[in-house]
Write a protein of this length. Structure first.
Ligand code: GSH
Length: 384
C-alpha cells in the first residue's frame, strides 16, 4: 500500500504536496478529484470539497497542504526536511510559505482566468480531465461552466479587477525578476535543498504560472531561472547541475544577502498591508462576536472559508478582498517559529525584518487563534 494523493494537475495546493512527496521519494498514487472514490470516501470525511487530500496507507485522511507536509515531516525521511535546521531560516521559510500560497493568488488567478484567447482551450481540457473525465458535448460544457464560473468569481474575491490588473502584472514581473536574480547563486530559496518556503512558492508558481499557456511563456521569457526552479521542484533529486556544487548549503543570514533582502522587501510592499488589514478586520469581527464558541468557524456552514470582504489600500489603490482565517493560521506559523528563537537568533531575525520592512509581521495578531479541527479551520478559545 502507498499513500494516495487526491488532487488535480492544475491545482495550486496539490502542487505543493506533490513536489514534497517527490522530493522525499515517497512512492504515491495520484488520483483526480473527479474519481468517484473522492466523492464517496473522502469528501464525507473532510466535510467539504477541497484538494489536496492525502490518504495514508493506514487509511488516515489528511487535508491541507501544510498539514500534510507537517505530518510527513514527523516520519523517517529520504529527502531533505522542509524545515531548515537553522531556526531563523525556518521563520523566513514560513514567511515565503505564506506569501507563495496566499499572497501570490492574485497573479496566479489573473494569469489563469484573464487570458482566455491563449489559455482557455488548455484550461478547459485540463479541468475536464480532472473533474469530469469522459464527459462529452453539452455535459462537458456544463461541468466546465460550473467549475470555471466559481473560479472566476473567486478571482474577483481575491481582488483581481480591471482596475488592479495592470498593477498585478507589473508587480508579478518585478517578483519574477527578483527571484530570477536570487536563483543565480542558489538552486532553492534558502540554499541547496527545498524547504517550506519553496513549497509555498511552488503552489502559485507551478500549476498556474508555469503551466498555463500565457504565464508559462512569460515566466520563460522574463525569468528562465524561475522556470528551471519550478522544474527542479518537481524532480526527486536536487536537480541543480548548473550550480556545479558551488551553492551554499544554506544561506548565511549573518552576512547580508541582497537578493533575499530584495525578495523580503517585495513581500513587505506587496503583501504586508493585506496581512495588517486582515488582522484588523478579524479583530473587529471577533469583537462583534464575544460569544463565538471555540471549535466553531462562526459562519453559517462549518466548511465556509471566508468571514467577509475587507477594503484596504494596495500599492496606492483601493482593493477589496475576502478574509480567510486560514491565512491567520499561516501567520501564526511564522510567529510561532519566531517565538522559539533565543536572544541571539531573535536579534538576527529582527535585523533582517527591520531592514526589509517586515517587522510588523511579528507584531500583529488576532485576539483568538485559528486552529484546525476535523479538517476545518475553527476559532480557538477566547484569550483573557
Ligand atoms: N489551505 C488549503 C487550500 C486548498 C484549496 O483551496 N484547494 C483548491 C484547489 S487548488 C480547492 O480545492 N478549492 C475548492 C473549491 O474549488 O471549491 C490547502 O493548502 O490545502
Amino acid at each position: 500500500m502507498i499513500p494516495i494523493l487526491y488532487g488535480m494537475p492544475g491545482s495550486l495546493y496539490t502542487g505543493k504536496v506533490r513536489c514534497y512527496l517527490r522530493k522525499q521519494r515517497i512512492p504515491f498514487e495520484e488520483r483526480i478529484a473527479g474519481d468517484p472514490r473522492f466523492m464517496n470516501e473522502v469528501v464525507p470525511v473532510v466535510g467539504r470539497w477541497i484538494v489536496p487530500v492525502l490518504q495514508t496507507p493506514q487509511g488516515q485522511i489528511l487535508q491541507d497542504g501544510a498539514m500534510i507536509i507537517d505530518h510527513l515531516e514527523t516520519l523517517p525521511q529520504l529527502g531533505p526536511r522542509a524545515a531548515p535546521v537553522d531556526q531563523v531560516l525556518r521563520v523566513v521559510a514560513h514567511i515565503f510559505e505564506m506569501f507563495g500560497g496566499e499572497g501570490m493568488l492574485r497573479p496566479a488567478m489573473h494569469f489563469r482566468w484573464n487570458f482566455d484567447e491563449t489559455n482557455l482551450a488548455f484550461i478547459k481540457r485540463d479541468f475536464l480531465n480532472s473533474l469530469a473525465p469522459g464527459k462529452q458535448g453539452a455535459e462537458a460544457d456544463m461541468a466546465f461552466a460550473f467549475a470555471s464560473g466559481r473560479m472566476r468569481k473567486a478571482t474577483l474575491s481575491f481582488g483581481v479587477t480591471s482596475q488592479t490588473a495592470p498593477t498585478i502584472e507589473h508587480a508579478y514581473q518585478e517578483f519574477l525578476e527578483l527571484f530570477d536574480k536570487h536563483l543565480e547563486t542558489t538552486p532553492y530559496l534558502l540554499g541547496s535543498s527545498p524547504g517550506y518556503g519553496d513549497y509555498g512558492l511552488v503552489a502559485a508558481l507551478f500549476a498556474h504560472l508555469a503551466r498555463d499557456p500565457y504565464p508559462s511563456q512569460l515566466m520563460k521569457r522574463v525569468a528562465p531561472r524561475v522556470w528551471r526552479w519550478v522544474e527542479r521542484m518537481n524532480a526527486p533529486d536536487a536537480d541543480a547541475g548548473e550550480y556545479l556544487g558551488n551553492a551554499p548549503e544554506w544561506i548565511d543570514l549573518a552576512q547580508p544577502c541582497e537578493s533575499l533582502d530584495a525578495l523580503l522587501r517585495f513581500v513587505a510592499e506587496d503583501y504586508l498591508p493585506e496581512v495588517e488589514a486582515m488582522v484588523r478586520f478579524t479583530n473587529e469581527w471577533l469583537a462583534e462576536r464575544p460569544d463565538l464558541a471555540a471549535g466553531s468557524n462562526g459562519m453559517p456552514r462549518p466548511g465556509d472559508r471566508h468571514i467577509g470582504m475587507m477594503k484596504f489600500e494596495w500599492r496606492g489603490m483601493p482593493i477589496e478582498v475576502m478574509v480567510m482565517p486560514y491565512r491567520i493560521l499561516m501567520l501564526q506559523r511564522i510567529q510561532d517559529s519566531a517565538a522559539l528563537l533565543n536572544a541571539q537568533q531573535g536579534a538576527v531575525l529582527k535585523a533582517l525584518l527591520t531592514r526589509t520592512g517586515l517587522q510588523r509581521l511579528l507584531e500583529i495578531s488576532c485576539h483568538r487563534r485559528v486552529e484546525r479541527e476535523g479538517h476545518l479551520e475553527v476559532w480557538g478559545p477566547a484569550q483573557h
